[in-house]
Ligand binder design. Structure first.
Ligand SMILES: Cc1cc2nc3c(=O)[nH]c(=O)nc-3n(C[C@H](O)[C@H](O)[C@H](O)COP(=O)(O)OP(=O)(O)OC[C@H]3O[C@@H](n4cnc5c(N)ncnc54)[C@H](O)[C@@H]3O)c2cc1C
Length: 318
């Protein structure tokens, strides 16, 4: 039996996030797994149908616990101490990356970040993660008695399996004094699906030549029900906000289809999208590195290719 604690996150509606549902698929894929999901605050409606054994609510964590998530770290550490799971899974989000690493330090556990696969290995688990900026995948057997893992969004299919977990409250009684307070929040301006959750991502790079073409990329992303990404060169040029940046210093995405338009395929960019199921490249330079990474490629000027691509998608969707 592998006991797994899955730290759930919410979407903007306060329901269980897609990346959490994908992490449940990963957890349930392990042999003899018994999965408990922990969630901050009251359990949302969608928690009662999760494909897990138990949902534990952590009422002492609230929206004021931002920054380095002191209260969440303390509360989840207490839960881990009291339940001794062999594996703890977080989404690879800001929250998961910070709290997962802090929890691993406190509980003297192994920490594996940004994984795209978790499997059984002997009595323990092994994880797969992109290395060398996404140019290769490495598999690690975790020898520590506890593995703390952050899982990249999109690495697993969104699980349609449901269950009827018991719901319990956990109160550690720990109350950490907040060393920082939130003085204001800025909501990211966005329409449609979140970049990290999108099944289709249409990304633009320096080859677009300016900010205006991003409206064509947005039309294509909307027609596909996806989201718009960008290379750092396009973001640094001010053509699109940095919240769209994909790559080593941007977001990691694993959509079904990643369409790279006017992007050369530098290793730092590929670090954020190499685990996509299929990459489609549109680039006028046949020698561009992106064609080594792409499953499908069109050598040509995006200005000629994209309008007919968009028209065809609209036709097929009609
Ligand atoms: C520490 C570090 C971290 C980094 N982090 C990131 C990161 O997170 N994300 C990231 O993206 N980059 C990152 N970079 C930068 C990265 O190295 C590249 O410089 C960047 O990805 C290049 O962006 P690009 O492909 O848009 O531009 P370019 O490399 O300039 O490529 C533009 C491409 O557009 C093509 N093109 C030109 N005109 C057209 C046309 N009309 N139609 C079709 N194609 C055309 C060209 O053939 C070319 O291949 C990082 C770099 C460093 C050093």
């Amino acid at each position: 039996m592998t006991s797994i604690l899955l730290v759930a996150e919410r979407d903007e509606q306060g329901e269980i996030s897609q990346s959490t549902v994908q992490a449940i698929a990963a957890a349930n894929g392990l042999v003899d797994s018994v999965v408990t999901a922990a969630i901050a605050g009251e359990a949302p409606a969608s928690a009662s149908a999760l494909a897990v054994e138990k949902v534990v609510t952590l009422s002492s964590i609230d929206d004021a616990d931002l920054g380095i998530y002191d209260q969440a770290t303390a509360e989840i550490s207490a839960l881990v101490e009291s339940t001794s799971p062999e594996v703890v899974i977080f989404s690879k989000s800001d929250f998961g990356s910070v709290v997962g690493a802090r929890l691993a330090f406190r509980s003297d556990s192994a920490f594996a970040a940004d994984c795209i696969e978790i499997s059984n290995a002997g009595d323990g688990v092994s994880v797969t993660r992109p290395v060398y900026g996404g140019s290769a995948l490495a598999e690690f057997d975790i020898v520590s008695s506890r593995a703390i893992i952050t899982l990249r969004a999109g690495a697993y299919e969104t699980n349609t399996e449901t269950g009827s977990p018991s719901i319990e409250a956990f109160e550690s009684g720990v109350n950490v004094e907040q060393t920082a307070s939130v003085t204001g929040t800025v909501a990211e301006a966005r329409e449609g699906v979140r970049l990290e959750d999108a099944n289709f991502v249409v990304s633009g790079g320096r080859g677009l030549g300016g900010p205006e073409p991003f409206s064509v990329l947005t039309d294509l992303a909307n027609a596909l029900g996806g989201a718009v990404g960008a290379s750092r060169a396009a973001c640094d040029a001010g053509w699109i906000d940095h919240s769209h940046q994909v790559g080593l210093t941007g977001k990691s995405v694993s959509p079904d289809v990643y369409i790279a338009v006017g992007i050369s395929g530098a290793s730092q960019h590929m670090a954020g999208c190499s685990s996509s199921r299929a990459i489609v490249a549109i680039n006028k330079d046949a020698d561009s590195n992106i064609f080594k990474e792409a499953r499908f490629g069109i050598v040509g000027d995006w200005e000629k290719v994209l309008p007919s691509f968009l028209a065809t998608v609209r036709e097929l969707k009609a």
